[in-house]
Design a protein around this ligand. Structure first.
Ligand code: MG
Length: 258
């Protein structure tokens, strides 16, 4: 079922979104060669708690380990390096010059969720890698721009696909954007590619997490034995950007911003 939020409820989601945006800004200032992803996660979690919010990823049930059923996510952020696309588990690994680091953060304020992600570059990388990161962000922004009342979910999908296509990037299909509100994942799904269906109409009050994942290779991904970490099947580099937005009568409003 697709729920629409009242202006007051969107105001609540703005508070959660702001915490997410603050954490991502903090990550940008902390990411450097030599810092561990576990340390980044500690910094993120401390900020979420200081802001009076709850980290929504910690304890989230969803990982499957060799078909053994759900496994709780152990951290407050997902941190994914290079060919890891999403859902990487923070650990003792130290970041190195030339890596891509994707940080995904979720926060809950008074029961309302915010969800956002960005890919950061550690030091410098080859121009085609910078271009992948920039294009993934542009894909997200194009998807957001398409989220106007009267349009459809499929218009968001098409806008994102149209940014990736000229570059020949792989668009991950197994993970997609989603509705969001009092749960992190609500209907509808928001694919980052054309599905052949126009999908539900976008009405004011609909809140969505729009989150393209582009790769320098193919679209196929697989889950690592830890039950969570999603990597590109061909080992190619991946980038991921995500904003939580609200469809309003005046157009899309980005909620995960400072
Ligand atoms: Mg999400």
């Amino acid at each position: 079922m697709i729920s629409r939020k009242s202006p007051r409820e969107i105001g609540q989601m703005r508070r959660a979104g702001r915490v997410v945006a603050e954490v991502l800004a903090l990550m940008e200032s902390e990411i450097r060669p030599g810092i561990s992803t576990l340390e980044l996660d500690r910094i993120a979690e401390a900020h979420i708690k200081r802001a009076g919010a709850t980290p929504s990823f910690k304890g989230y049930l969803g990982g499957g380990r060799y078909g053994k059923g759900p496994r709780a996510f152990p951290a407050s952020t997902c941190i994914s390096i290079d060919a890891e696309v999403v859902h990487g588990i923070p650990d003792e690994r130290l970041l190195r010059e030339g890596q891509l680091v994707s940080v995904d953060v979720g926060a809950i304020v008074d029961g309302w969720h915010g969800d956002g992600a960005r890919t950061f570059i550690v030091g410098s990388v080859a121009p085609e890698v910078t271009e992948l990161v920039q294009a993934t962000r542009l894909g997200m922004m194009a998807g957001i721009a398409a989220a106007v009342p009267g349009a459809r979910i499929g218009d968001i999908s098409a806008a994102i696909e149209d940014v990736a296509k000229p570059h020949g990037y792989g668009i991950v299909r197994q993970f997609v954007g989603h509705g969001i509100g009092t749960d992190m994942h609500q209907d509808p799904q928001v694919p980052n590619y054309r599905t052949g269906s126009r999908g539900p109409e976008l009405l004011p009050g609909l809140c969505l997490a729009i989150e393209p994942m582009f790769t320098l290779g193919g679209p196929a991904v697989r889950v690592q034995p830890d039950g969570w970490t999603v990597v590109t099947a061909d080992g190619s580099l991946a980038a991921h950007f995500e904003h939580t937005i609200a469809v309003t009568a005046n157009g899309p409003e980005i909620l995960t911003r400072i």
